[in-house]
Design a protein. Structure first.
Length: 324
């Protein structure tokens, strides 16, 4: 009986203590599993590739390629701009800066007073404010001869002639283009006769303000004096039109004459177009684009505003914007 009791007691003891052993085993197994999971995560994290380091070669090549492309595009942009500038210098400008300087030195006696006298007499003797070049030359010679004798005339006049020929060709080309439809509609020899008579005409009349702007090339005076006399030219031209004060429209017209007579530097006349890709394109600006004015064309302009416009970076008459 005692043996049976001991066996029973032993059995009860083992039955009572077995759950604890199972919990301990389960907890140990769970800890091992968690540790294994942490090790797997750490290993997986260490094994993950670094995108930047793995692609550093491609990134470097992309940066180099973009820099090269930017430099090539910039080079093409500069070439396009220089091409327009060279065209203005070679095919539009009739005189180079050295010839203009020689013209002014040779006409040292063409003072502001002489220029003003010519200007006033031309406007007073014309009812239309327009003259042909032949009429302008004859009138100018007569006025100068009356002032100081027959020997007093424009020196190196062939330089003025070249400028005038260039301008007249430009204006005639514009007229011919406008007449293109009419000429195209004329058959045979009639069309050729029209073109010949038009090209051979020496009687084309142009505004006196154009002729006087061209003559300003030969005036050997400081820039402030030139600006002042051109403003007087605008005033006199306005009075003949019953306008008391010059307007922006008048200034734009004068700037166009300065542009045509080589009194604006080529660089300021080159402006970008809307075509930017693959490379930036450039073209020659027109007077409206050169004059920096945000108001109306009917706005009045005084001498100070006129001087500021001519000295602006966009107009830069006689290269004044480069002067410090």
């Amino acid at each position: 009986n005692m043996n049976l009791a001991c066996i029973g007691t032993s059995h009860r003891f083992s039955t009572t203590t077995s759950p604890t052993s199972i919990d301990q085993v389960s907890s140990s197994s769970s800890d091992k599993t968690t540790k294994n999971d942490d090790k797997d995560k750490t290993k997986k994290k260490n094994d993950d590739p670094n995108w930047f380091l793995d692609n550093i070669g491609k990134i470097f090549l992309a940066i180099v390629a973009s820099i090269i492309a930017s430099l090539v595009r910039s080079s093409y942009n500069t070439s396009n701009k220089n091409a327009v500038r060279d065209y203005i210098e070679e095919y539009i400008a009739a005189l180079d800066p050295c010839e203009i300087e020689d013209l002014r030195i040779a006409n040292s006696e063409l003072t502001l007073d002489v220029y003003r006298r010519i200007m006033m007499e031309l406007f007073s003797s014309s009812n239309t404010n327009e003259l042909s070049y032949e009429e302008f030359v004859q009138a100018t010679r007569t006025i100068m001869a009356n002032m100081k004798g027959e020997m007093f005339t424009i020196q190196l006049g062939h330089c003025i002639d070249r400028v005038v020929i260039s301008i007249m060709k430009k204006y005639r080309d514009q007229k011919e283009k406008e007449r293109g439809d009419a000429i195209d509609g004329t058959a045979g020899s009639d069309a050729n006769d029209m073109i010949t008579s038009f090209d051979d005409s020496n009687d084309d009349k142009f505004p006196i303000m154009l002729w006087m702007t061209i003559l300003a090339l030969a005036v050997n005076s400081p820039v402030p004096d030139r600006i002042k006399i051109l403003y007087e030219l605008l005033e006199l031209n306005g009075k003949n039109k019953n306008v008391d004060t010059p307007t922006i429209a008048d200034v734009i017209e004068l700037v166009g004459y300065l542009q045509d007579s080589n009194q604006l530097p080529p660089d300021t006349q080159v402006i970008p177009t809307d075509e930017k890709y693959p490379t930036q394109k450039f073209r020659c600006a027109n007077p409206n684009e050169l004059v920096p004015w945000e108001g109306l064309q009917s706005d009045s302009v005084d001498l100070d505003a006129f001087a500021s416009i001519l000295r602006s970076k966009s107009v830069c008459a006689w290269g004044e914007c480069y002067q410090k």
